[in-house]
Ligand binder design. Structure first.
Ligand code: UDP
Length: 251
């Protein structure tokens, strides 16, 4: 049990929190209801997919590692003033989170050109960006998460103007915390994807995971990739890279 798994007086132990019905199943996680309508259990799977589900595999231990990484980072983001859905880690693969309605807009934050940005614009991977770039995609597996802009999200009613402003503000705040956090651990944070949700009272909070599945991490000294690109690009050593990122984050 690590620090974020410990219960405090008055809190239910993991054994006292029972899983209700499956609310949602994504590529890497399942979300279950609990007896408390305001809380969900998120379960991390070892399944990995890339290229919109065309490439599939199991990465042994990935679910536990991504849960441990997210459970280590979220309390620190909270402490840095970023509201999140995270309550606490329940077990190796499970987290207790606040029930949110996910805003169907994936937010990508870029420090350095890579991936689809490099391909789309013909900018060499590894080119530093003179200021952070925030991109928005429509969260739809069926459509392959297409790039959109804020007008699209507004006109189709996926979010309000105030929510989108808050999302951008929080995304930049997450970057402001994470970039030096990883730099201190010998890792260049190239880019990452965030998701946000709304609580019953409409507050916008950070949701989903922050892990090697959702970030690009390059070793500062060697440039070695320590993220899902090892799987996407058949570079090998996927499990080792994820374990190395957990080690650096928690040590
Ligand atoms: N990303 C993600 N989920 C997605 C798409 C992207 O977590 O559905 C992450 C990806 O791991 C990277 C960043 O968002 O850290 C930017 O990804 P990009 O748009 O370059 O897409 P890719 O090249 O991965 O298709």
């Amino acid at each position: 049990m690590n620090e974020s798994q410990q219960t405090t007086p008055g809190q239910k132990t993991p054994e006292q929190i029972t899983r209700g019905g499956l609310r949602y199943e994504g590529k890497a996680k399942r979300v279950y209801a609990t007896a408390d309508a305001g809380q969900y259990i998120v379960e991390y799977k070892d399944d990995a997919t890339a290229f919109n589900g065309v490439k599939r595999a199991q990465i042994e231990g990935k679910g536990a590692i991504n849960n441990a990484i997210t459970s280590a980072l979220y309390p620190q983001l909270e402490a840095a003033g970023i509201p999140t859905h995270f309550i606490r880690q329940l077990s190796e693969r499970e987290q207790l989170v606040c029930a949110v309605q996910i805003i169907p807009v994936e937010v990508i934050v870029r420090n350095v050109a890579a991936g689809s940005f490099s391909k789309r614009l013909g900018i060499e991977e590894g080119t530093p960006l003179s200021r952070p770039v925030i991109e928005y995609c429509y969260k739809s597996d069926a459509l392959g998460d297409p790039l959109i802009n804020t007008d699209t999200a507004l006109s189709l009613g996926w979010a309000t103007e105030a929510q989108l402003l808050r999302v951008r503000e929080l995304a930049l705040k997450v970057r402001h915390f994470l970039t030096p956090f990883f730099e201190a651990r010998g890792v260049r944070l190239i880019d990452f994807k965030l998701e946000f949700g709304t609580l019953a009272d409409e507050t916008v909070v950070l949701a989903d995971e922050i892990s090697p599945d959702t970030c690009r991490f390059w070793d500062t000294a060697t440039g070695e990739k320590l993220d899902k690109d090892r799987f996407r690009r058949d570079l090998g050593g996927v499990e080792d890279a994820y374990a190395e990122m957990l080690r650096r984050i928690t040590s």
